[in-house]
Design a binder for this molecule. Sequence first.
Ligand code: BDR
Ligand code: CA
Length: 313
Amino acid sequence: MKKIPVILDCDTGTDDAIAIVEALYAPELDVRAVTTVAGNVSLRYTSQNTLNIVRYLGFDTRVAVGAAGPIFGEIIHSSATHGDTGLGPLVLPQSANAFYEKNAVETILEEARHAPGELVLIPVAPMTNIAHAVLAYPELVSLIKEIVFMGGAMVGGNMTTTAEFNAWADPEAMSIVLNCGIPCRMIGLDVTEKAVLNREDACFFRDLGTKAGTLVADLLDFMFQRFSEGGEDALMHDGLAVAAVVQPEVVKTQPFYVDCECSGKYTRGHTYVATNEIFFKKGEKPERCEVALELDLPLFKQFLRRVIARSQA
Ligand code: BDR
Ligand code: CA
């Protein structure tokens, strides 16, 4: 089986952490690097969390540091959802290992050149790194196979009525990426909100008795506690994007013209999905982004269990 070369771009983050675990253990994926960006918490924490997780699980995957803030405007964090340092109360052993010598943009370029037409990017965070990469190196448009991202929503939002966090934290970046010409697949909030895990799932992971299983179970326990206090449930936003790369059928998609609103008194950060022809006549704007519409939750859970159960120690 030829593995799919991927780069996971994270703002680690509780659900990002689970996405990293999935990607590392999925036998179908070759995680060429994990790149980091400011988002849920500051770049310092998202980067260190990422490095700690990867090394704690015994992988030598490169971790490349990216942007400390959005292309334009203020830095926005989501520490109310993920805790001050990004992983709730979890404290992992501090990895003494160094970050990769190249930054996120240079790492994306390096890997895209290494596997022309094959590399899949999985941004599960504000799209700042990806936007900087395509602006700096237009050749990436023909080198990258696909961008499968968690962000936006066909309808609704979790930061404003119409904006999802990753889109809202850097709307310019999301718009640049959606307009750059690389095929995109959007795993939006209205679908990831249905990717919810429960205590039975947490027991399954804890019973594995491995570092990865325990880490995922501990993160889920934090999420259950958060939910009981009125916060977000155990939603696998980012993990669903990883699953969709391996098993596209976990979500049903349809192609649409999509852009991200960068202005608008109330709508900045809204991902506009052209579901009718009021603004564009058919064919006038390319239907360039596959948008997730429905989730197959049992299949997604099956995927999660299958890959995390591969952890051995
Ligand atoms: C997205 O925002 C972050 O809080 C999560 O990690 C996810 O990427 C959901 O809106
Ligand atoms: Ca994230």
